[in-house]
Design a protein around this ligand. Sequence first.
Ligand SMILES: Cc1cc2nc3c(=O)[nH]c(=O)nc-3n(C[C@H](O)[C@H](O)[C@H](O)COP(=O)(O)OP(=O)(O)OC[C@H]3O[C@@H](n4cnc5c(N)ncnc54)[C@H](O)[C@@H]3O)c2cc1C
Ligand code: FES
Length: 249
Amino acid sequence: MDIKRWNYKVEILKNEHICLNFYKIVICAKEIAKAARAGQFCMLSVENAYLKRPLSIYDTDKQTVSFLYKVVGRGTGYLSKLKKGDSINITGPLGSCYPLEPGKNKIPFLVAGGTGIASIHFLAKQLNKKGLLFYGAKNKNELLCVSELKKLGFDLFFATEDGSCGFKGFVTDLFDKNIKDNSIVYVCGPNIMANKIIKTVNKLNIEGYVSLEEKMACGIGVCQGCAINVGNTKKLVCKDGPVFEMSLL
Ligand SMILES: Cc1cc2nc3c(=O)[nH]c(=O)nc-3n(C[C@H](O)[C@H](O)[C@H](O)COP(=O)(O)OP(=O)(O)OC[C@H]3O[C@@H](n4cnc5c(N)ncnc54)[C@H](O)[C@@H]3O)c2cc1C
Ligand code: FES
C-alpha cells in the first residue's frame, strides 16, 4: 500500500488554552490535512528532546490540522508554551484509521474518555452516519470543546465522576445502560476504560473498534517499543494500530 506521510517543519497558527491544563494547537500542514483519516495521529517534536510525542488528530480543514492535548509532562509542557508564528517539526498522518462506513442497519456508538475526545471528534466528522456519542470526564470543567461537539449532529450523552454534568459515574456505566445489539462501537480513552468496553462488546458479540494508547518512541514501526499481544501475534500500536478491531483483542 502506498503510505502517504510527511515529515516537515510547520508553522503554528494558534495555540489556545482551553481550560485547566488542556490546550488546542492548530498548525499549517495542508498535505497532512488532506491525507488524514479519523483515528490517525501525528508525532510532534519537542525542543532538546530526542523523542517526539504522539497526538491524535482532532480536526482538519483545507490547510490546517489541529490537536487537543493535556499537559502532563515535559513534552506537552513545551508544546503549551509555543506561540502563533513559531514552528515545529511534525510527522504524520500515522497509524490505522476507524472504518467510516458502518453497515446499513448499524447505529454508531462513539465513546470517549478524557482527551480520547480528540480522536472521537474527528471520527464523528468523517463517519458517513450519525449516531450516539458518549463522553466521560472527571467533572464538567474537563468536558472539552462541548460547543463543537454539539455541531456534529450526534445525540450527546455526558458522564462525570462527580455528577456535575450528565450521568453521575463512569462513561462505561452509561455505555452499559444504552448498548444495543445493532450498535457498532468506536472507543478512545484511557486503557482502563477501553478494556471495560472491549469486554462488554466482545461478550455481546457486537462489532467494535478501539484506539489504544501505548508509550511511543519512534511512532513509525522501527523501535518495536509499542508492541502488544494480539491473539498469538505481536502488533505495533503505532503501525498496525492505534485502531484495532475489538474482536481480535
Ligand atoms: C496514538 C496516541 C495518541 C494520543 N493522543 C493524545 C491526544 O490527542 N491528546 C493528549 O493529550 N494526549 C494524547 N496521547 C498521550 C500523549 O502522547 C502523552 O500524554 C504525551 O506523550 C506525554 O508527553 P510528555 O513529555 O508531556 O509527558 P512525559 O513527561 O513523557 O510523561 C508524563 C506522564 O504522561 C505519561 N505518558 C507519557 N507518554 C504517554 C503516552 N504515549 N500515553 C499515555 N501516557 C503517557 C507518563 O507515564 C507520565 O505519567 C496520545 C498517545 C498516543 C500513543
Ligand atoms: S513506537 Fe516505535 S515501533 Fe511503535
